[in-house]
Design a protein around this ligand. Structure first.
Ligand code: IDC
Length: 476
């Protein structure tokens, strides 16, 4: 009896070991790893003993790409772009650069609502793809962070509230302080109340503080850190065409001294963002970053005709780039980020199996991650009166600015006065009181991503008419 059960156990054990071998042999492990996104694997990041660590307390290397100014190049805030960077460049972090002063900046006449919507899109796409995201208050010509302290507090209060439950969002509160006003004294004077504002609603998110001289003086927080708050890191920026060994040694000293530092901006061109490229110096910088597992975020995802741009200026694609779409900076970066032994999250076998997609992103991937986004705009193009009634002719444009085509759509117009239909085209219209509902005709159900369709109607009313709202919904 005893012998038989012993034999049974032996059989079971052998079977289990065999199964285990088979599983490993067929790569079950790697496939599982490939399926996990950076966030799924690493969770909320925090600062521990001068390092950025994952949920298990192990060092985590931020490997990111920064947008150019959000109001200059809003088109790159799309899910396919982030997906391409994640799957094919091993990017785990997106930095959303919100200029405060330059060109339609948040504090210099930019459309605040639109800019916040762009941030929202960016955060949503990054979150859907399990990536980290840095919301960057991009001071630059306004070198003193105190200049827009009030707006910054208001902005970060709003962001911290909105993204309270997002473990993947980080806040960079002043891109590059510079000039006399951008002193460490002023930075601290600015940072403390801003961090306090964020901490009131968000206890844990990493807050990154810029350093003097365009975020090069990392020795300042080394000697005089901001105290009283956890999960605070400092930024250091370099452009390998300009910045060389002396700055590298400054960064190295800081890293050795346990300063939590993230390179939230770098490039291999001149500090102007243009001029000559120095990939050789770039490689030396990467070696140092890898050695100390320092996070890095490259400037910038754009096709502007300047050397820092990762895309060629002739490239009009906003995602799914192929090698021939990349600038010299772009090619260098993709190579640096995807090199097998670059010291970045070494156990991270993520997405390597998808590398062959680089030149040919599959339809499936686009379908899987794309989303239609349809908006409607109505315009009165004609109006006349007859028999005591008002007749208004409207032109309605439906625009799909999403990342996938809309297979169907529906539009609802709310009118000021009860409406009845005199005539309509390119849609199936129905009036009920003050509501007009529009469905597609059988030939215009689909709106391609980036596409526009036009519909129109003449509406009769007993009093002067107005459209109060247009609500368009894609149906997929
Ligand atoms: C540059 C852009 C350039 C733009 C300029 C605005 O690349 O297209 O005209 O800003 O002033 C930084 C800044 C970053 C700069 C970048 C390159 O943080 O905003 O972008 N740079 O000059 N610090 C060092 C370099």
């Amino acid at each position: 009896m005893k012998k038989r059960s012993q034999r049974k156990w032996k059989c079971c054990t052998i079977l289990c070991i065999l199964l285990l071998f088979l599983a490993v042999g067929f790569g079950v492990d790697t496939r599982q790893a490939a399926a996990a996104s950076p966030y799924k694997k690493n969770g909320r990041l925090s600062v521990k003993k001068g390092k950025i660590v994952n949920k298990k307390g192990r060092p985590f290397v931020i490997q990111g790409v920064s947008t150019h100014g959000l109001s200059w190049f809003p088109e790159y805030v799309n899910k396919r772009a982030f997906l391409t960077l994640r799957n094919q460049w091993k990017v785990n972090t997106i930095r959303l650069a919100l200029y405060t002063a330059e060109y339609n900046g948040y504090c210099s006449g930019g459309n605040k609502k639109e800019l916040e919507q762009l941030i929202d899109k960016g955060v949503r796409y990054a979150t859907d793809l399990g990536m980290y995201v840095i919301i960057d208050w991009h001071i630059l010509s306004d070198g003193n962070p105190l200049t827009h302290k009030k707006e910054a507090k208001k902005f970060f209060r709003k962001m911290a509230k909105k993204y309270k439950n997002y473990g993947n969002v980080m806040y960079e509160i002043c891109n590059e302080p510079n000039g006399g006003g951008g002193s460490w004294k002023n930075i601290k004077k600015y940072a403390k109340p801003v961090i306090k504002t964020i901490r009131k609603v968000n206890k844990k998110a990493i807050v990154i503080v810029g350093t003097p001289t365009w975020s090069q003086e990392i020795d300042k927080p080394q000697n005089d850190p901001i105290t009283g708050y956890k999960n605070v890191a400092y930024s250091f920026h370099f452009y390998a065409g300009t910045h060389k060994a002396d700055l590298r040694s400054r960064l190295k000293t800081a890293a050795k001294n346990g300063v939590p530092v993230i390179v939230t901006e770098f490039g291999i061109c001149d500090a102007s963002g243009n001029g000559n490229m120095n990939p050789k110096e770039g490689n030396l910088w990467m070696r140092l970053l890898n050695q100390y597992k320092i996070g890095r975020v490259c400037w910038s995802l754009a096709n502007k005709a300047e050397s820092a741009s990762l895309l060629k200026s002739s490239c009009k694609k906003t995602g799914g780039w192929r090698t021939q779409d990349l600038s010299a900076s772009g090619k260098w970066l993709r190579q640096a980020y995807t090199k097998k032994k670059n010291g970045v999250n070494e156990d991270d076998t993520l997405y390597e199996d998808e590398e062959e997609n680089t030149e040919n992103p599959s339809q499936e991937t686009e379908q899987e991650y794309g989303e239609p986004h349809v908006t409607g705009q109505a315009e009165k193009v004609n109006s006349w009166g007859s028999d005591g009634d008002w007749h208004n002719q409207y032109k309605i444009l439906l625009r799909n600015d999403g990342t996938a085509s809309a297979k169907g759509w529906k539009v609802v117009l709310q009118m000021k006065e009860a409406a009845s239909l005199e005539n309509s085209w390119n849609g199936t219209f129905q009036c009920s009181g003050r509501t007009v509902t529009i469905d597609p005709a059988d030939y215009n159900q689909k709106i391609e991503a980036g596409g526009v369709i036009e519909i129109g109607c003449i509406i009769i009313s007993a009093a002067p008419q107005e459209i109060l709202s247009v609500e368009a919904t894609p149906l997929n």
